[in-house]
Design a protein around this ligand. Structure first.
Ligand code: SF4
Length: 187
C-alpha cells in the first residue's frame, strides 16, 4: 500500500491521529523492560504477550528486524478526571476494535505484519500463561511497551503527539509492515 492509502485506511477506520512510522525510529530499550518489571499495570509475568512471556529484547529485536515500514495509530478521548475508569475503558475498547479492524484490512495487503497494541493481550478471558501454550499464537498482540518501545519517544520521533492535554486519554499502537516485492505480487 502506498503511504497515502495506508493513512487513508487509518482515517476511515476512525483513528483520531495516525502517521507513517519510520522503522529507523524503533528502539527497544532495556529501561522500558524495567518499567514493565515494576509491574504498575499488574500484567508482568501474567500474559504470553507481556514480558517475560513475549521473549527477550534480543528475540523481539530479531522479530522486528525484517519490517520495512509501519504506521502509528491513536485513539484519543475525553475523561472527567483521572478516576473516570468507565470512559477510559470505553475509549480503550474502541481503540482495540479499530486496531483489529485495521489489522484485518492490512493482512491481505502485506507479506507480514507485526501489530503492537496498547496493554496486555485480551483475546482470551483468562490467559493460559504460564501453564499452557498460548491458545492463539498467531493472533496474540503484544503492546509497544512489552517490546521495549518508549511510546512517547517514538511518537516524538515520528512527529505525532503523545499527550493531548488535561482530561484526555490516548491509546497508541503501531503496525510494522513488510510489503510484498514487485515480483511477489499476485497477478
Ligand atoms: S491469545 Fe489468549 S493465551 Fe494467547 S496471549 Fe492472548 S490471552 Fe494469552
Amino acid at each position: 500500500m502506498k503511504d497515502n492509502t495506508l493513512l487513508k485506511a487509518a482515517a476511515e477506520i476512525g483513528f483520531d491521529y495516525y502517521t507513517i512510522l519510520d522503522v529507523k525510529t524503533v528502539h527497544l530499550m532495556p529501561e522500558v523492560r524495567k518499567m514493565c518489571q515494576a509491574n504498575t499495570c499488574g500484567m508482568y509475568n501474567k500474559n504470553w504477550a507481556c514480558p517475560p512471556g513475549c521473549g527477550t529484547l534480543e528475540e523481539c529485536t530479531e522479530r522486528i528486524s525484517k519490517f520495512k515500514t509501519g504506521i502509528i495509530v491513536q485513539s484519543v478521548g475525553k475523561v472527567e478526571d483521572s478516576f473516570d475508569i468507565d470512559s477510559m475503558l470505553e475509549i480503550e475498547k474502541l481503540h482495540k476494535k479499530r486496531f483489529a479492524d485495521l489489522l484485518d484490512l492490512l493482512k491481505p495487503k502485506y507479506k507480514d505484519i507485526l501489530p503492537l497494541g496498547a496493554g496486555a493481550c485480551t483475546i482470551c478471558k483468562k490467559c493460559t500463561y504460564p501453564d499452557k501454550p498460548c491458545r492463539f499464537p498467531g493472533k496474540a498482540i503484544s503492546s509497544m511497551e512489552s517490546y521495549g518501545i518508549l511510546v512517547s519517544q517514538i511518537c516524538q520521533d515520528n512527529g505525532i503527539s503523545y499527550y493531548y492535554g488535561k482530561n484526555t486519554i490516548s491509546y497508541t499502537g503501531c503496525f510494522l509492515l513488510l510489503p510484498y516485492q514487485a515480483d511477489e505480487m499476485k497477478a
